[in-house]
Design a protein around this ligand. Structure first.
Ligand SMILES: *Cc1c(COP(=O)(O)O)cnc(C)c1O
Length: 382
């Protein structure tokens, strides 16, 4: 089956008791047993829920994976992966990963004795010098947030395979519509389903997808032991959102291109970060591993003042100033104080997250209105 058909049908079987075409919201904490231990495969709601099962089957299909597990948030999914590590283990990851992942790594896992190497992964060659006998995992995000750098997934997979390292890709920014890391050699794909998968800014959820049975069993054991499961209503919402993922992504990509090209020629803009530009450092890699370039665009204003940047950020009519991304509505974000507020100033500035940067999550409105809104907001600058 092709992508759009899977988005609508995978995991979505008519309810056997009524024929309901939509998977019911099984709002239950437990399941009646005929005799102790004799049940229909469902014991307790933390471990299993039919609405969640349907969603997991759907997400696995979208990522061309065998197994998927859903979590109460993207961070809970990330946390579940890190719980497989022990003190002394080392992880190699990007130097501009999502701020919340950075916070989890540095503030929760470093004190427990796990070491993280934050490396510029836009060249996979940079991984090798950091590999020690204790290295266990490579954690990659691509495109990165907010500078839209591209990491070569297949090249990282090759290094991970050669050294027997677990290779994890946070695929939130691309969504499975644009990129399928398992096909390129990843062991685990992670999603913040809060973003493009859910797509309507109405739910928080995370997901992990993998092919190997023993990996799935370990992750399921962690989910069930730690209780990081999502609720049935949230599972329903994400499944409903996914039914239009392919349609939304088509428009996100179209609008993203229009907005990026408009901004590239704007006299008050210094830099536009968008992987679709032929002069983007890893444009060729992006073309190879992604089907299109997505709806995330970041800009750096020529005006360096944070006050003026705030003025622009606060003067939009169609874009809303908010954290998050991937919903139908366009959002604008000030990474330095919002999504990356927990990353130290020197660290974020080194990777280009400066005070005069703004990140746009281009929604699926009519692009003419988005461009008019940008034009108007940028008039705040002299
Ligand atoms: C939002 C996000 C996360 C965290 O997901 P939550 O659902 O907010 O917990 C992780 N990685 C990336 C790239 C994100 O954008």
């Amino acid at each position: 089956m092709k992508f759009g058909t899977k988005a609508i049908h995978a995991g979505a079987n008519p309810d056997p008791s009524t024929g309901a075409i939509m998977t019911p919201i099984f709002q239950t904490s437990t399941y009646v047993q005929e005799a102790p231990g004799v049940n229909k495969g469902y014991g307790y709601g933390r471990g299993q829920n039919p609405t969640r099962d349907a969603l997991q089957e759907n997400i696995a299909a979208l990522e061309n994976g065998k197994h998927a597990l859903c979590f109460s948030s993207g961070m809970a999914a990330t946390d579940a992966v890190l719980r497989m590590l022990k003190p002394g283990d080392e992880v190699i990851t990007g130097d501009d990963i999502y701020g919340g992942s950075y916070r989890l790594f540095v503030n929760m896992y470093e004190p427990m004795g796990i070491k993280f190497h934050f490396v510029d992964l836009t060249d996979a060659e940079n991984i090798q010098p950091h590999i020690t006998t204790n290295t266990k995992m490579i954690w990659v995000e691509t495109p990165t947030n907010p500078t839209m750098q591209i990491v070569d997934i297949a090249a990282c997979a090759e290094i991970a395979k050669a050294k027997d390292l677990l290779f994890v890709v946070d695929n939130t920014f691309a969504s499975p519509y644009l990129q399928n890391p398992l096909d390129l050699g990843a062991d685990i794909v992670m999603h913040s389903a809060t973003k493009y998968l859910g797509g309507h800014s109405d739910v928080i959820m995370g997901a992990l997808i993998c092919n190997r049975d023993e990996l799935f069993k370990k992750l399921y054991f962690i989910l069930n032991s730690c209780g990081s499961n999502p609720g049935p209503m949230d599972s329903f919402l994400v499944m409903r959102g996914i039914k239009t993922l392919h349609l939304r992504m088509e428009r996100h990509c179209f609008n993203g291109r229009k907005v990026a090209e408009y901004l590239k020629n704007h006299p008050k803009i210094d830099i536009v970060y968008w992987p679709g530009f032929p002069d983007h450092k890893n444009h060729e890699v992006a073309k190879r591993q992604m089907r299109d370039f997505g709806g995330m665009v970041s800009i750096v204003l020529k005006d360096k003042s944070i006050e003026n940047t705030f003025k622009v950020a606060s003067s939009f009519q169609v874009f809303s100033l908010a954290e998050s991304l991937g919903g139908v509505e366009s959002l604008i974000n000030h990474p330095a104080t919002m999504t990356h507020g927990s990353v130290p100033k020197e660290d974020r500035e080194r990777v280009g997250v400066v005070d005069n940067m703004l990140r746009l999550s281009v929604g699926v409105e009519d692009y003419e209105d988005l461009i008019a809104d940008l034009e108007n907001a940028l008039k705040e600058l002299n």
